[in-house]
Design a protein around this ligand. Structure first.
Ligand code: 13P
Ligand code: SF4
Length: 337
């Protein structure tokens, strides 16, 4: 049994939704979540950075591109988004007739925060001859100011789909942008944003780990800084990193991205060893403080009470949808999806 202050929940529905609740600790949350899925025709979409229990109850686990596709095509009445705000917002943009709920509305993203819309608009106005490609890790306002959205799975193909002499602004991740400049040879103008999780890895500790485990391959997400990417054996989105560990024949890996992904890596390759790359602090592994705001309890509550819900102004939604649709078109044409 859960006890809920429903008045509080109701008055705070929407973008600032908050539930003041207690859950009976003996409740079987896995069973209750399955029951609610059926009762409410709900689908649980989870990113690889979610805690293992959430991944285990999800109907689909994926990277930003896969999650956007699933959100677009689902026929469920309610999309329960176990991820961060920009991901749930993308789901609402793509499938507006569905109710989209996020277990904790405070699950934001440092990258999205690093690009305030007013500053970005002024920056864009200074470069009117540039096409704006924005990483999906941004707010709907930034999407609406962009020409094409990309994810780490398709960014290279999206850049390469533009004429070689086309000037490009890439936002908001400067590390991903710098890596893409190297991959494509294109001289892009970069917005100065970054992900706190991928910038905190300690090169010194990783180098020591590599010495202690000479057989282990270093695999990294392109949101990491250049010095780390230079020594990586493989660089890719979360889905690409997971696939690499499934297909490659090494026995152990040092994984330089958020630790949530290790759950699926370990599940699909139980005989391999996965070592989380250590950050530059006293922790042994590296959790995204936003992703990890979601818990199984909050997931259950948001399904039961259908709050907090993602709501959006229709003109903003339509403006933000255009560059996402362009991303999906280019990805289809390139055979990526
Ligand atoms: P992908 O899962 O698309 O690689 O993105 C990683 C990330 O940082 C999501 O917030
Ligand atoms: Fe944002 Fe980084 Fe967390 Fe992804 S891992 S949600 S980019 S802060």
């Amino acid at each position: 049994m859960s006890v809920i202050n429903i008045e509080n929940a109701k008055t705070n529905i929407g973008q600032v939704g908050f539930l003041d609740v207690e859950i009976d600790p003996t409740m079987d949350l896995f069973h209750e979540i399955e029951r609610l899925k059926k009762e409410k025709n709900a689908i649980v979409l989870a990113h690889y950075y979610q805690e293992p229990d959430i991944q285990d109850v999800a109907d689909y686990i994926g990277d930003s591109l896969g999650l956007a596709q699933q959100a677009e095509k689902t026929t469920a009445d309610m999309i329960v988004f176990a991820g961060v705000h920009f991901m749930a917002e993308t789901a609402k943009i793509l499938n507006p007739t569905k109710k989209v709920v996020l277990p904790d509305l405070k699950a934001g993203c440092s990258l999205a925060d690093s690009a305030p819309a007013d500053l970005f608009r002024a920056f864009k106005e200074k470069h009117p001859d540039h096409v704006v490609i924005s990483y999906i890790n941004c707010t709907a306002d930034i999407k609406a100011l962009s020409d094409i959205i990309c994810t780490s799975s398709n960014a290279q193909k999206i850049i390469e789909s533009l004429p070689a002499d086309q000037k490009i602004i890439f936002a908001p991740d400067k590390n991903l942008g710098a890596w893409l400049i190297k991959q494509t040879g294109r001289d892009m103008l970069l917005w100065n944003g970054a992900c706190i999780v991928h910038e905190i890895f300690s090169l010194e500790k990783i180098t020591r780990l590599k010495i202690r485990h000479p057989e282990a391959k270093l695999i990294a997400h392109p949101e990491c800084e250049d010095p780390l990417l230079r020594i990586a054996d493989f660089i890719g989105s979360t889905t690409q990193l997971l696939k690499y560990t499934q297909q490659d024949d090494a026995r152990s890996y040092i994984v330089a991205t958020e630790t949530g992904i290790l759950h699926q890596m370990q599940k699909s390759s139980p005989d391999k060893t996965f070592i989380p790359a250590p950050p530059d602090n006293s922790c042994a592994c590296n959790d995204c403080p936003y992703m990890k705001l979601n818990t199984l309890e909050k997931l259950y509550l948001c399904m039961e009470y259908e709050v907090p819900e993602i709501l959006m102004d229709e003109s903003l939604r339509l403006a933000a949808k255009k560059p996402i649709d362009r991303m999906l078109e280019i990805s289809r044409a390139a055979g990526l999806i």
